[in-house]
Design a protein around this ligand. Structure first.
Ligand code: NAP
Length: 299
């Protein structure tokens, strides 16, 4: 059996289209424009690329984009003063501080300073707690994107065996919670898991988020499973000197022979992350204004 390649790029474009339609209605019917503020500290080239991509897509869906660039040696006090200002600004519905930040700043303290109702990265302890309690909050963007892909691909996930490899606060834990909410039987595996291959082989839904290139082999995949590959490892390109290539955690060529559907890397989960950042900003804006939330764009 040859599996379906899950086209995350196309799906993300569809999601952005839904967001754009909803934003248009918010503007025309209520005179409200959702706004996303992105804070970048320092000049990390990779972060600058991410922030530019976020700005472009925010503007494309019709939202207001507010960029704040701070010098690498900014004090915590100055950064917090900016966050406090954004927390109090009614035209800002989502706030994101691009990580990593320079070493003298503590990421957990930065996240904690953002009003949880504007924490569109879903990284705060408050939002993690709301998710764990099954209550409404804002969900970390990459797991939310995976959930959307899975709902589209699998439909009803009730009773399915789901295995998530990786237990980070950023991805593995919220992904496990989301799958539990979908009534899956969830296993969260990690570096101490015994016989990982055997654990993976029982998964109807296998989500890999480790960061070890092509660790998940074809014979780790249950026939007919849906495989979501979150991992990203950059290696020197084998054919193009000086260029790099991205690899996922799943040996794609092997998995595609066994699974029902697999996300490629690149072009699978990656494009969903920014789409979900915009989805969270829209959700936060609707909640702040007491309006109905967009359907299909939340957990
Ligand atoms: P992380 O914080 O480093 O967590 C990695 C997890 O993998 C840990 O829980 C670790 O277990 C587990 N692990 C490490 N080696 C393992 C092994 N040999 N067998 C089983 N589990 C193992 O990373 P993360 O932030 O969750 O990200 C994971 C990957 O997803 C990275 O490649 C990252 O770049 C990618 N990612 C992609 C996106 C996207 O937009 N596409 C977004 C977020 C992350 P322990 O807890 O026991 O150490």
């Amino acid at each position: 059996m040859t599996a379906q390649k899950i086209d995350g790029k196309a799906f993300a474009a569809t999601v952005r289209g839904q967001i754009s339609d909803h934003v248009e209605r918010l503007k025309s019917e209520h005179g409200i424009t959702p706004g996303l503020a992105v804070v970048l500290v320092g000049e990390d080239p990779a972060s600058e690329v991410y922030v530019a991509a976020k700005h472009k897509q925010t503007v494309e869906v019709g939202m207001a984009s507010f960029e704040h660039k701070l010098p690498a040696d900014v004090s915590e006090e100055e950064l917090f003063a900016l966050i406090d200002k954004l927390n109090a600004d009614d035209s800002v519905h989502g706030i994101l501080c691009q990580f990593p930040v320079p070493d003298h700043l503590d990421e957990r303290r930065v996240v904690a300073r953002i009003d949880p109702s504007k924490d569109v990265d879903g990284l705060s302890v408050v939002n993690a707690g709301l998710l764990a309690s099954g209550e409404k909050g804002l969900v970390s963007c990459t797991p939310l994107g995976c959930l959307m892909l899975l709902r589209d691909q699998v439909g009803n996930m009730s009773g399915k065996e789901a295995v998530v490899i990786g237990r980070s606060n950023l991805f593995g834990k919220p992904m496990g919670q989301l799958l539990l909410q979908e009534n899956c039987t969830v296993t969260i595996a990690h570096s101490r898991t015994k016989d990982l291959a055997e654990v993976c082989r029982r998964a109807d839904i296998l989500v890999a988020a480790v960061g070890r290139a092509e660790m998940v082999k074809g014979d780790w995949v249950k026939p007919g499973a849906t495989v979501i590959d979150v991992g990203i490892t950059r290696i020197p390109h084998p054919d193009k000197p000086g260029k790099t290539k991205l690899l996922g955690d799943v040996a794609y060529a092997e998995a595609i022979e066994v699974a029902a559907a697999v996300t490629p890397v690149p072009g699978g989960v990656g494009p969903m992350t920014i789409a979900c950042l915009l989805a969270n900003t829209l959700t936060a804006c609707c909640r702040a204004n007491g309006l109905d939330e967009p359907t299909g764009l939340t957990a």
